[in-house]
Design a protein around this ligand. Structure first.
Ligand code: TXA
Ligand code: MG
Length: 316
């Protein structure tokens, strides 16, 4: 796999092409956010349904404000605390943002990524970059350049920045109502937000669906069935099946063909960093199914359990 330079990547973006680049969460499949034809190419390349809106990446608060109408005190306050970083704001969009970016919704999702290569690319390009995770729709998000290459081959130029350091996607937070609402759990935890805000809500899937159609139940799914077990349980292999085991922590039990342990130290950050790569390794083994065990729902565990639940949704 060949890695391209920031300047070559910026030139491709200026020419209306797509570029995969690292962020601290997962790799993004980026294109000029202000060109509807380019954003259409993102949907096409990802095979993503056009009802699923895309996050726009910026490098300054001014650049974010140029895209939204309702930038408010909470946005200022949270940007001060958590930007650059894995927190995405949803706010009413300005007309300059093409409708295809927001899948026709009146609000746009924006974030300022912390990864130095993402920042360099944004600065060199000088315009906002629309970027979903650089995987085919519904599959596991990429945390290395090789993962991106596995999805798109040579069809997409990649900036290789090694492994990502957060491992799960950004937290998506709707700031357009009086009470901030988490639409997707991610790298900034509910606890971190609750500590600094008077109130924060978590959208239930039924309230999420109309405003964030991307929160589909089946997502982040490996190519083989994944069965999910509650926190603290010890699964046994299913008789007659070749089973892989995905543990967030603990020790391997006998009878599995392969076991992945995300963090022997029971460290949620380490689990998040390892989650998607472990799911990808498991799906390429000669096994019939994956038995996975949830972590506690605290802190980053909410995002980890959310991704595991969506990965399992294809078999229930
Ligand atoms: O960490 C991340 O957020 C990564 C990196 C590349 O920045 N991006 C990412 O993008 O995860 P994607 O497209 O895989 O997920 C974006 C999520 C989806 O669940 C989508 O529904 C939601 O953000 N979203 C995007 N625009 C929205 C909007 N206008 N309103 C509500 N939800 C939105
Ligand atoms: Mg994604």
């Amino acid at each position: 796999m060949h890695s391209i330079s920031i300047s070559d990547a910026a030139a491709l973006l200026r020419a209306g092409e797509l570029v995969a680049f690292p962020t601290e969460t997962v790799y993004g499949l980026g294109g000029d956010a202000l060109r509807a034809d380019v954003v259409a190419k993102i949907f096409e390349t990802k095979q993503r349904p056009t009802f699923d809106p895309i996050i726009v990446h910026v490098t300054s608060i001014e650049a974010a404000q140029a895209l939204v109408l309702g930038w408010n005190k909470t946005a200022d306050f949270l940007a001060e605390l958590f930007w650059p970083g894995p927190l995405t704001f949803v706010l009413p969009k300005r007309e300059i943002v093409p409708d295809i970016v927001t899948a026709g919704l009146s609000k746009v999702a924006i974030r300022m990524p912390a990864h130095p290569l993402a920042q360099s690319l944004l600065k060199e390009f000088g315009r906002p970059i629309a970027a979903p995770s650089a995987n085919r729709f519904g599959h596991i998000s990429p945390t290395t350049a090789t993962h991106v290459y596995e999805s798109f081959g040579a069809a997409v130029a990649i900036i290789d920045g090694g492994s990502t350091t957060v491992g799960v996607e950004s937290t998506v937070l709707d700031l357009s109502e009086a009470i901030p609402r988490i639409l997707r759990h991610g790298g900034i935890t509910r606890e971190q937000l609750a500590e600094v805000l008077d109130q924060v809500e978590v959208a239930t899937s039924s309230t999420t669906l109309p405003s964030a159609p991307g929160q589909l139940p089946q997502h982040y799914a490996p190519k083989i069935p994944l069965y999910l077990y509650p926190f603290g349980t010890v699964p046994s292999p299913i008789p007659g099946k070749r089973c892989g085991c995905l543990l967030t922590t603990g020790r391997a039990t006998a009878g599995f063909n392969v076991t992945e342990i995300l963090s022997e130290q029971n460290d949620l950050r380490e689990m998040a960093v390892n989650l998607f790569a472990a799911m990808r390794r498991l799906e390429t083994q000669a096994i019939d199914c994956i038995l996975a065990v949830k972590t506690s729902g605290d802190g980053l565990g909410a995002a980890i359990n959310d991704r595991l639940t969506r990965a399992a949704a294809n078999v229930y």
